[in-house]
Design a protein around this ligand. Structure first.
Ligand SMILES: CCCCCCCC/C=C\CCCCCCCC(=O)SCCNC(=O)CCNC(=O)[C@H](O)C(C)(C)COP(=O)(O)OP(=O)(O)OC[C@H]1O[C@@H](n2cnc3c(N)ncnc32)[C@H](O)[C@@H]1OP(=O)(O)O
Length: 210
């Protein structure tokens, strides 16, 4: 089966991809938590193999890049943190102020487990990496992460509402810093981070990333 995806309405296709991704996240959660009998596990695995084959019937040559939503805001549907079309993404819905800050309400899931009953430190770092980079970008300094220093203050629970915030702090040449944290809704910090984001020299002369 082949379809001409360029002939489809981009907005409707984005919605469909987002729906498929959310369904896949629900599937991942179900896989992590299921206790159905072994026969049922094997039966579901066989059905999933068939579904994977259907999706692979038409495969892209490259991943989805940035595009513009109908509201004119840039989006990155394949991104591992914010991508609505990436089942591995939470996805994080980032709000920004024009000045220098980024904020997102989030809730981790059992699939993000590291130590028993809490979130993997690498997952927290990934979220903060993105949010700090986003804060630097909205301040006018988009860059690649050169370093990320993370302080784990308390275990991060999953299944509970949390708030992640970040703010751009300063620049020296192409080097730009941002601070951020994941906290409980009452502000109690769980993880804190400082990041250095370097604007590649090519971006400076070309006016930003593609
Ligand atoms: C209305 C506004 C709307 C705005 C909308 C905004 C939308 C938001 C959009 C998007 C947000 C996205 C947020 C994403 C966040 C996540 C990003 C990632 O995960 S990135 C993946 C992981 N990182 C990499 O893969 C980097 C790999 N490394 C590199 O590519 C290079 O090493 C790079 C670019 C980091 C530096 O390379 P060089 O060639 O430019 O650097 P040299 O010229 O050697 O050094 C420049 C200065 O930086 C220092 N430096 C270089 N690397 C360093 C390092 N690792 N640590 C410390 N200092 C370093 C050097 O010592 C030098 O400092 P001296 O100018 O001399 O003071």
């Amino acid at each position: 089966m082949t379809i001409d995806v360029t002939a489809e309405d981009a907005g409707a296709r984005h919605t469909a991809l987002s729906l498929l991704s959310q369904q896949t996240r629900d599937l991942i959660d179900a896989v992590v938590m299921t206790d159905v009998p072994q026969d049922e596990l094997l039966a579901v695995a066989a059905e999933l193999a068939a579904l994977t084959e259907r999706l692979n019937a038409v495969r892209r040559d490259s991943t989805r890049g940035f595009d513009l939503g109908s509201d004119g805001v840039p989006r990155h549907p394949g991104n591992a943190v914010i991508g609505s079309a990436n089942p591995l993404a939470l996805p994080l819905a980032v709000e920004t102020t024009p000045e220098r800050t980024a904020r997102a309400e989030l809730s981790f899931r059992p699939a993000h487990e590291g130590p028993p009953d809490s979130v993997h430190g690498g997952v927290s770092a990934m979220v903060l990496d993105h949010l700090l980079g986003h804060a630097a970008a909205v301040a006018g300094f988009p860059g690649m992460t050169a370093s990320l220093t993370v302080h784990y203050r308390r275990p991060v629970p999953y299944g509970e509402p949390l708030v992640a915030t970040a703010e751009y702090t300063r620049s020296e040449g192409r080097k730009n810093w941002a601070d951020g944290r994941i906290a409980l809704p009452d502000g109690t910090p769980l993880v804190e981070a400082t990041g250095l984001f370097i604007t590649p020299s090519g971006w400076v002369t070309q006016g930003g990333p593609a």
